[in-house]
Design a protein around this ligand. Structure first.
Ligand SMILES: Cc1cc2nc3c(=O)[nH]c(=O)nc-3n(C[C@H](O)[C@H](O)[C@H](O)COP(=O)(O)O)c2cc1C
Length: 207
């Protein structure tokens, strides 16, 4: 699978097969994250990798899933992630340039490699960080930021072009269709890509 295929295939998944994710795979995802760009090269991120089933269950209890479709979208028993990367930020560096950019770049690399490895992910920011800190013995000076839930995908969400709803407002909320399939609206390329100048003529070759 090449990078373009992994990008196209990656979707947030919230139902997982129950095969374990081994340590070598988790280490390779953190290696991908390690190679990501970093503002001022501060590299403020560390990761706690978890695949112990009992600990995975305790982490699961710290997560909130799919706010737009709640309670649908919360993985049920037998659908829960089998591994996690818990992303932590060194507080002293967070104050310098912020860590959100680094997190985005690093976790995206990990998520794309996961796709290549036959895995899927859900990046969660709605977490009980204090509980995770205690549970995973995260030391002072490191802050739990977010969690990458991992496992073999057991659902295949679809994307559609984002459109306006009946009220005329954009529908940015994802939903479940009549078959229970997750549908994610994405802004069409032509609505976000501007050639030469914003609001200028259409794409090269277009009328
Ligand atoms: C920074 C960030 C935080 C997120 N937090 C959550 C979360 O707490 N719970 C959840 O179920 N999904 C979470 N998501 C997943 C988004 O809902 C998902 O990326 C979005 O609906 C687009 O779907 P896609 O990833 O399949 O393109 C988060 C995504 C990002 C980038």
């Amino acid at each position: 699978m090449d990078v373009a295929q992994a990008i196209a295939k990656r979707r947030t998944v919230r139902a997982f097969g129950q095969e374990p994710v081994n340590e070598a795979t988790l280490a390779s995802l953190v290696e991908a994250a390690r190679c990501a760009p970093s503002a001022a090269n501060l590299q403020p991120l560390e990761y706690v990798a978890v695949n112990d089933p009992a600990l995975c269950q305790e982490i699961f209890d710290c997560l909130k899933w799919a706010a737009y479709t709640h309670p649908v979208g919360t993985p049920g028993p037998g659908q829960r992630p089998t591994a996690y990367l818990v992303a932590c930020v060194r507080v002293e560096y967070k104050a310098v340039v912020g860590s959100a950019y680094d997190l985005g770049a690093a976790l995206m690399s990990a998520m794309l490699l996961a796709v290549q490895e036959g895995l899927a992910s859900c990046w969660l920011k709605s977490i009980n960080a204090p509980r995770l800190t205690e549970l995973l013995s995260v030391p002072a000076g490191l802050e739990v930021d977010s969690v990458l839930a991992l496992g073999r995908p057991a659902e295949e969400p679809a994307t559609v072009d984002l459109a306006k709803g009946q009220t005329g407002r954009e529908v940015i909320r994802y939903w479940r269709d009549q078959n229970g399939r997750q549908v994610v609206p994405k802004r069409p390329l032509a609505s976000i890509l501007h050639w030469q100048r914003h609001g200028g003529p259409g794409a090269p070759g277009q009328a």
